[in-house]
Design a protein around this ligand. Sequence first.
Ligand SMILES: [Zn+2]
Length: 82
Amino acid sequence: MKLLVVLVAVALLLWLLRSGQERRQARPPAKGAPRPPRTAQPEDMVRCDACGLHLPRSDALATPHGIFCCAEHQRAGRAPRP
Ligand SMILES: [Zn+2]
């Protein structure tokens, strides 16, 4: 009989612990808690006309002569190629 009481007590304890964990996980984040960082929005990729590197459009140098990854390639792209 004693063993049965101990088993029931252990089962009750485990059930309480598990339901407590579920309640903690279901709770929304508290006010003032740091939000998870937003994922970056997808962005168009463009190709450097000098070296062929693919890079995000916002990082590229778009000129009338073409799209380049850096100022050096912009100069190289403008110059006549051998
Ligand atoms: Zn380049």
